[in-house]
Design a protein. Structure first.
Length: 183
């Protein structure tokens, strides 16, 4: 039975806390946290169930967003004609990244942020991460490109207490970087 946990919002400094690596093999408690995070995202993308639980649709959620300051995040990206990208990453580290940057034309959103913050967020166009993947129960090294790479960087930012709008240019939020790829 799914029991909704309260999302830590940006109206409290808790969301700015730093998260720590998790010990492997996972404790029962940390496994339950992994299960919760992916289930939250799966339900949030299901049109009927998200209403039942009053969940805002999201593609990713990090443990600090439910008040657990651990380096774990879940992501689920469904794009037409492509296989689903579904992971629960434990202790993810970015081991390589592109020089080329990318940004979402529509800006980013976050389950912890209720107000809109207009502006572009420039991130790396691709990143390779190493992590333990709870869903496959294995250490993996994986390259993400484009939108999924942006999601990965957004979620990893939560471990340092960084929110997407921290990256927006304050003086000129819609400033275009000519070399960056628009997504
Ligand atoms: Co977020």
């Amino acid at each position: 039975m799914f029991k909704v946990r309260e999302i830590v919002k940006d109206n409290t400094n808790l969301i700015r806390n730093k998260s720590k690596d998790v010990q492997l093999p996972l404790s029962k408690e940390d496994e339950e946290l992994c299960e919760y995070l992916i289930e939250h995202i799966r339900i949030s993308q299901d049109d009927e169930r998200n209403q039942e639980f009053n969940l805002r649709p999201g593609v990713g959620i990090a443990a600090p967003q439910v008040g657990e300051f651990k380096r774990i995040f879940a992501m689920l990206i469904k794009e037409e004609g492509k296989p689903d990208i579904e992971h629960v990453f434990v202790n993810p580290k970015i081991v390589s990244e592109s020089v080329v940057e990318a940004y979402l034309a529509g800006g980013e959103g976050c389950l912890s942020v209720e107000n809109d913050h207009e502006g572009y967020i420039y991130r790396k166009f691709f990143v390779t991460i190493e992590a333990y993947d709870y869903l496959t129960k294995s250490m993996i090294r994986k390259k993400f490109r484009g939108y999924p790479a942006i999601v990965v960087q957004h979620e990893i930012d939560h471990f340092s207490g960084t929110l997407y709008y921290d990256h927006i240019n304050k003086k000129n939020p819609l400033k275009i970087k000519e070399d960056a790829i628009q997504i």
